[in-house]
Design a protein around this ligand. Structure first.
Ligand code: NDP
Length: 389
């Protein structure tokens, strides 16, 4: 086992505790090469070098310098380079209360360090190619909002996965249905607009539940922590604001003729076709790139070993699934007519959400895939909407 040397920048030869850890470990990386060491006694690993003497001297010099500085500051002449001030008696240096205070201070800091609401950063690559993870200061408000814990679970119960699909999404459909029944009670029968809104959104939720497994590759699951954003979003925001069109229709009945209803159905069908096609294509490709449904598509290789699709839906724009989703969002608002902006809230909010989400994903993909991602952007220049954005 190699001998560990602590981090002493003053030696001009920086050695980190991580290096110490690797060296002192199972010998994975072997002994540290003795860069710039002047050997005074013996050879190889057991020799004593000038560096070792310097380190030993500093073990004494550093505490002595600290004492000198503190005592000199309290003395009358306060001379930096004067003779060392005499040490006070032992009884002045030892105080159980001071020790307790010091331990309490360390304990408080350790407790804060262990708090779950913090950011985790990766350190530099070690000699065995691994990286240690360090909790570092986070922004508590931002951390609370975004969440730090990626997959909080109690045994098999995964809180984020559960909230993403079940209470909110199914709750949204139930609220819609309740509004449809209320309208039937008030008007005698549900309006065509109400049927369309209910039908479209039921299709969307049914699709999410049918393709339940696909949620495992979405950003929410793979990247975002389970904080306020997802907890509130899934349980409150989705069921109550996504059912806004049905709520609006209940209080503001809208006439809708069959021709217009057919056009709206066509828009929803186009949106769904793009949305489902793009999501399924990527999902199939990620699960098995040699699946016959995607094997013929053009790809770009990346340094990570994963490939990027550059033809098919993902060769049209860089987020075809968002485009399909937005087209459907438009179809959900159109049955409410054009007299009010309120039913279009979802479309506006969702556009902002997806533009922001797309930018976040771009940053992550650029970090993950580097040059290959730049090549993808060059070959597929539009993000969401061909020739527009
Ligand atoms: P995506 O499903 O679009 O996943 C993005 C990831 O796909 C990237 O990080 C990358 O990950 C992979 N990827 C990107 N480009 C390519 C490519 N060319 N070839 C292969 N893989 C690629 O992200 P989201 O999780 O944001 O969206 C999932 C669905 O959920 C979308 O349809 C979206 O519209 C919908 N959604 C709906 C919301 C709602 O409130 N109704 C809210 C948010 C999303 P990697 O390479 O690591 O696989």
């Amino acid at each position: 086992m190699g001998r560990g040397r602590f981090h002493l920048k003053t030696l001009g030869q920086e050695r980190s505790l991580s290096a110490f850890r690797v060296q002192a470990g199972a010998g994975a990386a072997g002994p540290d090469p003795p860069r710039g060491r002047v050997h005074l006694l013996g050879n190889g690993a057991d020799s004593v070098s000038l560096t070792d003497y310097c380190a030993a001297a500093l073990l004494l010099l550093l505490p002595a310098t600290m004492f000198h500085l503190l005592l000199a500051a309290r003395s009358g002449p306060a001379r930096l380079l004067g003779p060392p001030a005499s040490l006070p008696g032992l009884e002045a240096l030892w105080s159980p209360r001071a020790l307790l205070l010091w331990l309490a201070w360390l304990g408080l800091q350790a407790a804060l360090y262990l708090l779950p609401a913090r950011k985790v950063a990766e350190g530099q690559e070690l000699k065995d190619k691994s990286r240690l993870r360090y909790p570092i200061n986070g922004n508590p408000i931002y951390d609370f909002f975004l969440g730090r814990e990626l997959n909080p679970r109690i045994c098999f119960f995964d809180f984020k996965y559960f909230c993403e699909l079940r209470p909110g999404l199914i709750g949204w459909v139930l609220i819609n249905l309740a509004l449809l029944m209320k309208e039937a009670e008030l008007q005698g029968s549900p309006s065509l607009a109400m049927w369309l809104v209910n039908g479209f959104q039921l299709l969307y939720v049914g699709d999410a539940l049918w393709h339940e497994e696909a949620i495992l590759t979405t950003m929410d699951i793979t990247h975002d922590g389970f904080g306020f954003m997802l907890a509130f979003g899934d349980i409150a925001w989705v069921p109550f604001t996504y059912s806004l069109q049905a709520q609006f229709l209940l209080h503001h009945p809208q006439p809708l003729g069959l021709p217009m209803a057919s056009v709206i159905c066509l828009i929803n069908a186009i949106g769904y076709y793009i949305f489902r096609g793009a999501n399924s294509q990527k999902n199939t490709f990620r699960k098995n790139p040699s699946d016959p449904r995607v094997a013929g598509l053009e790809t770009i290789s990346t340094a990570t070993g994963r490939k990027l699709l550059v033809s098919g839906w993902w060769g049209m724009v860089r987020h075809p699934n968002y485009l399909g989703d937005l087209i459907m969002a438009l179809a959900w608002s159109l049955p409410c007519g054009v007299s009010h902006l309120l039913p279009y809230f979802y479309l506006l909010y969702f556009t902002a959400l997806l533009v922001h989400r797309e930018a976040r994903d771009e940053r992550q993909c650029l970090q993950k895939y580097g040059l290959a991602w730049q090549e993808y952007c060059r070959r597929v220049p539009y993000r969401i909407m061909p020739y527009i954005y």
